[in-house]
Design a protein around this ligand. Structure first.
Ligand SMILES: [Zn+2]
Length: 427
């Protein structure tokens, strides 16, 4: 694991995004606003006046999220009581150990009390945590809005089309659809993307924030092919997350990653080659093993992705899309992996492994081999569902094109970072 070296300089750009009207109630009045310093902070400003000393001030704020129950945070502000106050409080994202994605809406309200018992609660105001360091253009088609700032319109249109093709593939072959709108932010390079993140990993190529319905990816205009695949992959994760989100359990990694690869369209040549080689050598990893996090070894991670695609393809072709849909529906209720498979197909993970192997012309595993510890659903913090977990070891081999597929839980329950990219490592 590499250590992150901060790439960005302190940003001095301050933008006032929302200003509240003056309020008058019980002799108290207030004016308020919020300043965004993306991606690091939001400062909430308040000026208030009263006939008596103002002696208590609370800021309440909550973040707009699409699936999780919204939690309101309350901050008690420290200040010297006075009849007129001018204060601010800064929400430092660094203290969260992670980033809020661009475009996140934060709602806030002030509660002011004075020494005579007067109280004022301001109406909830909204500040958008926009990355105003770039001049964004946008394209919207149905539930997907794509924001970008470098490249011509056809570049953005191609990426948006890729998202819709992935959604159509998922709707047609699996029967799943987006439940909530998704925003995709296209940064013009990986460098720009990293500058938009708090504590990024240098291998990051994209970040998916399923709870917010937001995807951020670095795609230079010459990386269009990679960008199309990455967007298709991530939007598939969004669809699946929206469908199966539940606070109790997740879904097997092979199902999540297999569907995401399926949404990309034709399987990538290197992934396909890894699968074919493993079939010919009879060296497939068991479905039980790829139910949990993928291995950190590069070749094993690549094979894990390849097999995930193959298992999903097997289930769709042999049993139909309705069964996949039913399987996702059962996972939504928080079922364990084996119970869900048994309910839909009548076999558990080990049984799936046997049938899938038979479909590839291989013998079922011998009992000694099936003694591989049964992987059961491990309840993890929300969002772990979406770790495109692979390897943080980039297997640097000069001149080789290496796939790096890695996930990290940035902010438990809130965000997660995904990278799925082919990169030349001889930079
Ligand atoms: Zn993935």
């Amino acid at each position: 694991m590499k250590r992150f070296v901060p790439l960005f300089l302190p940003l001095l750009l301050l933008i006032t995004l929302a200003a509240g009207p003056a309020q008058a109630q019980a002799g108290l009045s207030a004016t308020y606003s919020a300043d965004v310093r993306f991606p690091e902070a939001i400062t909430f400003n308040l000026e208030a006046e009263g006939a008596a000393d103002i002696n208590d001030i609370f800021l309440r704020y909550r973040v707009d999220m699409i699936t999780t129950v919204e939690a309101t945070s309350v901050v008690q502000i420290e200040f010297e009581p006075a009849t007129a106050i001018d204060i601010n409080w800064t929400w430092e994202m660094r203290k969260l150990l992670g980033s809020l994605p661009p475009g996140t809406e934060v709602h806030y309200s002030w509660r002011i009390e004075d020494a005579s018992g007067g109280k004022l609660e301001t109406p909830w105001a909204t500040v958008k945590f926009n990355d105003e360091r770039h001049v964004w253009k946008s394209l919207t088609e149905s539930d997907v809005t794509l924001f970008w700032y470098t490249g011509e319109q056809p570049f953005a249109q191609t990426l948006l089309d890729a998202a819709h093709e992935a959604l159509e593939r998922l709707a047609r072959d699996v029967g799943v659809e987006l439940d909530q709108a998704v925003e995709i932010y296209i940064y013009a390079s990986q460098y720009d993307l990293l500058e938009a993140m708090i504590y990024p990993q240098e291998w990051m190529g994209g970040a998916a924030f399923p709870d917010y319905g937001i995807i951020a990816i670095g795609v230079a205009p010459h990386e269009l092919e990679w960008g199309k695949r990455a967007i298709s992959h991530e939007i598939a994760h969004m669809v699946i997350y929206q469908i199966v989100y539940n606070p109790y359990n997740d879904i097997p990694t092979w199902l999540d990653e297999g569907l995401a690869l399926y949404a990309e369209g034709e399987l990538r040549a290197d992934i396909k080659a890894a699968l074919e080689a493993a079939i010919s050598r009879d060296s497939l990893i068991s479905v039980q093993t790829i139910s949990s996090s993928f291995p950190s070894d590069y070749n094993e991670a690549l094979l894990s992705y390849a097999e995930s695609y193959s298992v999903v393809e097997f289930l769709i072709q042999e049993y139909g899309k309705e069964e996949i849909l039913l399987l996702l529906d059962i996972f939504k209720r928080g079922s364990t992996y084996d119970d869900a498979l048994l309910e839909v197909y009548g076999f558990d993970t080990a049984g799936l492994d046997d049938l899938w192997r038979l479909s590839l012309g291989l013998e079922p595993r011998q009992p000694t081999q099936t003694a591989v510890p049964q992987v059961t659903a491990t309840p993890t913090p929300d969002g772990a569902l979406f770790s495109c977990q692979g390897t943080t070891d980039e297997n640097r081999r000069d001149g080789l094109t290496v796939l790096v597929i890695t996930g990290i839980l940035l902010m438990p329950g809130i965000s997660e970072v995904i990278r799925l990219r082919v990169r030349r490592n001889n930079r």
